[in-house]
Design a protein around this ligand. Structure first.
Ligand SMILES: Cc1ncc(COP(=O)(O)O)c(C=O)c1O
Length: 383
């Protein structure tokens, strides 16, 4: 392992007894960024009134500015939410969809957000159409299936940028291009994208995009962003109505007024974003990410032998995670077996099959993969 990358492990607070192979679910936050949160919390508690009444908006603006230059958009086109599900709830509940309208999506979506769509569909009468994208994944076949399902009722295309159960990078740039040509709105769940892949919202062309900062960007838990292009900002209603609605002192942006302040809250996680970005820059994160990408391919090639299956996509469709089909009757029993042996790794039941998802972050090594491989082999083959 490159020594500079292996030295990054010391920054993380993870229980050293565990082989932690699930960065994807909730991330892991290194000390320098975690300490930055504490710094902001202390600042807030030192002068609560001054901070919340006078400084919070400016501090948030500085944070949005750093984020927007990292993801390439206007600083006033992003607001923070505690997590992508909350951000997506705000968006989905705002949409003026009715019986006869269709939202086109896939069967690789994240359960909580899929539930939000189904909840809204059951209330408003529109149809949430989840199209089957089979494995092994093939980009052209995916785009063809999407095109084949678009019709005059299709009002929105909703897709993950990187899928949760299958860990596949969908070709969202091509989806957005196609949707734009057809006048269809795009809503993208990019929870896993920031810092796992390059994210340039100005060239991607999504109308609405949410991303988590507490996953691959390494912030403490509780910070995600919602980007909305200017065309759609005015249709978005506040999830929690607060002082920004019919504001006594409106800013230049209804979008910021409606979504930035939702009552007294601990915004310290939101304010760690500039520190997280400088941490990523300081440690040349493009190199770290490329290294982890190589390692996840190596990992998949090792584990595929043990679980006797085939790759579910090409190397180019992967970032720092990979999912493998695993043939077990009781996925929960395998999960508990691995956990008892101090291995943290998720197993998803997806489309009638079990998928083991491995994440590779800078604190992981091929030694972790050997440990996983040893216990997988023991469970599956008894040796
Ligand atoms: C694709 C995807 N979307 C959204 C989320 C957001 O999850 P939550 O809002 O529950 O933290 C996740 C979390 O893993 C995810 O994988």
């Amino acid at each position: 392992m490159s020594s500079s990358i292996s030295s990054l492990k010391k920054h993380f607070q993870l229980d050293p007894k565990f082989t932690y192979l699930n960065h994807g679910s909730f991330g892991a936050c290194p000390y320098p960024i975690f300490n930055e949160r504490e710094k902001w919390q202390k600042k807030i508690e030192f002068q609560p009134v001054s901070f919340i009444q006078d400084d919070a908006i400016d501090s948030l603006e500085k944070s949005r500015k750093a984020l927007s230059s990292y993801i390439h958009c206007d600083k006033d086109d992003v607001v923070y939410f505690p997590n992508p599900t909350t951000a997506m709830n705000m968006v989905i509940r705002s949409l003026d969809l009715k019986a006869g309208d269709e939202v086109l999506s896939s069967n690789h979506e994240y359960g909580a957000v899929e539930r939000t769509w189904k909840f809204a569909a059951s209330k408003k009468g529109f149809s949430y159409k989840s199209i089957d994208i089979p494995l092994p994944f093939n980009r052209q076949d995916f785009l063809n299936r999407l095109k084949d399902n678009i019709n005059s009722k299709t009002k929105i295309i909703f897709l993950s940028h990187i899928t949760s159960p299958t860990a596949i990078i969908f070709p969202i740039d091509e989806v957005c291009k196609l949707a734009k040509e057809l006048g269809i709105m795009t809503i993208i769940d990019g929870a896993h994208a920031p810092a796992q892949i390059d994210l340039n919202l100005s060239t991607l062309g999504a109308d609405i995009y949410t991303g988590a900062c507490h996953k691959w960007m390494l912030c403490p838990k509780g910070v995600a962003f919602l980007y909305a292009s200017k065309t759609y900002q005015n249709i978005l209603e506040p999830l929690v109505v607060s002082w920004g609605w019919e504001s006594d002192n409106p800013s230049h942006s209804q979008f910021l007024d409606y979504h930035q302040y939702q009552g007294t809250n601990d915004i310290s996680t939101y304010l760690t974003v500039p520190k997280a970005i400088s941490f990523l820059k300081e440690y040349n994160w493009e190199e770290v990410r490329d290294y982890c990408h190589e390692k996840i391919i190596e990992t998949r090639n090792i584990l595929i032998e043990t679980v006797s299956s085939e790759p579910i996509c090409t190397d180019e469709d992967l970032g720092q995670m990979t999912s493998l089909k695993i043939n077990v009757d009781d996925a929960d029993q395998l999960y508990r077996f691995l956990k008892t042996n101090n291995i943290e790794i998720p197993i998803f039941t997806w489309n009638g099959q079990n998928l083991l998802r491995v994440s590779f972050q800078c604190y992981n090594s091929m030694e972790d993969i050997s440990i996983l491989n040893k216990f997988l082999s023991k469970f599956l083959n008894g040796n």
